[in-house]
Design a protein around this ligand. Structure first.
Ligand SMILES: Nc1ncnc2c1ncn2[C@@H]1O[C@H](COP(=O)(O)OP(=O)(O)O)[C@@H](O)[C@H]1O
Ligand SMILES: [Mg+2]
Length: 296
């Protein structure tokens, strides 16, 4: 399997602090890799180094096999998406996309506007668009160089849940249809859980986990399950042999999923929803801290 990003022993210090402390990870070609960590953990610093905007102090960085700092031309094969659209806000959607397209002359902006349903906004100024549409325009513009890899720094941080879901489903489609690899950072674990195939977790400038999502969640020795049932007290009684407890509307229980489901079925309790332990739980187990507690 080939990697589009390889980082080895990367360290970056600012005057007073070490932002990245000897981090190593890779991003598999064709994956949607989530780069997940609380605020201040070093995500933007890493992404700036990967984009060639910032120089590392130590370590090796290869993006499509090249060091981004020494090879600015790499920007022709990758795109960077930021949390906001940092472009002249008085430009119209159409002018903005035509300007970017003319830099590369590879992709017809009309095709992209059509694909993103942006035609009816073509004469609007960027400033007049909603946050969700601005990000959609930014993602559309990121396709105009026909990139192999898109690196996105918290692209949905300023969006409401609906716009966020829409943005994430566009990413899934681009990954499936065009084979574009995505490396996307976020400080919100749960929203990316459904989108990503791989995860790199960072905390206080160190990598705490890096693997496929399935392997990551499966690493826990026992399944930790969250179950919603119609009769919680009866379900709890049926699970008396397990480490089980009621948490809000849910039952949390550890053990083998099949035998747990059987025990609940035998008690004639209906399972409304069941899920494996989430990335949040996995973060807690690796760092001893609750992910949400880190939000600033
Ligand atoms: N230009 C800078 N000068 C000094 N410190 C910085 C600079 N940029 C980032 N840092 C520090 O580096 C750490 C990581 O920041 P950042 O990469 O922005 O984290 P994240 O994107 O995960 O929120 C933080 O402690 C931040 O204060
Ligand atoms: Mg950041």
């Amino acid at each position: 399997m080939s990697s589009v990003i390889e980082v080895f022993g990367l360290t970056k210090s600012f005057k007073r602090s070490i932002a990245l402390n000897n981090i190593s990870f890779s991003v598999e070609k064709g994956s949607i890799t989530g780069f997940i960590g609380p605020n201040g953990s070093g995500k933007t610093t890493t992404i700036k180094i990967l984009s060639g905007l910032l120089k590392a102090n130590k370590g090796k960085v290869a993006v499509l096999g090249m060091n981004p700092w020494d090879n600015p031309k790499i920007r022709e094969r990758i795109s960077i998406v930021f949390d906001k659209l940092y472009f002249p806000q008085l430009n119209t959607v159409e002018d903005f996309l035509y300007d970017i397209a003319s830099l590369y002359q590879r992709v017809d902006p009309e095709e992209i506007m059509n694909e993103f349903n942006l035609e009816r906004f073509r004469k609007r100024k960027l400033a007049e668009l909603s946050a969700g549409y601005k990000q959609k325009v930014q993602l559309a513009s990121a396709l105009l160089n026909d990139p192999e890899l898109i690196i996105a720094d918290e692209p949905t941080a300023n969006l409401d849940p609906t716009a966020r879901n829409e943005f994430n489903s566009i990413i899934t489609n681009l990954n499936k249809k065009k084979g574009i690899t995505f490396f996307i950072s976020s400080h919100i674990l749960s929203e990316l859980e459904r989108v990503i195939t791989h995860v790199v977790m960072i905390d206080r400038g160190r990598i705490v986990a890096s693997s496929s999502v399935n392997a990551f969640l499966g690493e826990e020795k026992e399944d930790k399950l969250v179950i919603l049932v119609d009769k919680p007290q009866e379900a709890l009684r049926a699970l008396s042999n397990y480490e089980a407890r009621i948490s809000g509307a849910y039952i949390e229980v550890k053990g083998d999923i099949k035998s747990i489901v059987n025990a609940i079925d035998e008690a004639k309790v209906k399972i409304i929803m069941i899920r494996r332990s989430s990335l949040d739980d996995a973060f807690l187990e690796r760092t001893g801290r609750n992910f949400q507690d880190n939000l600033q």
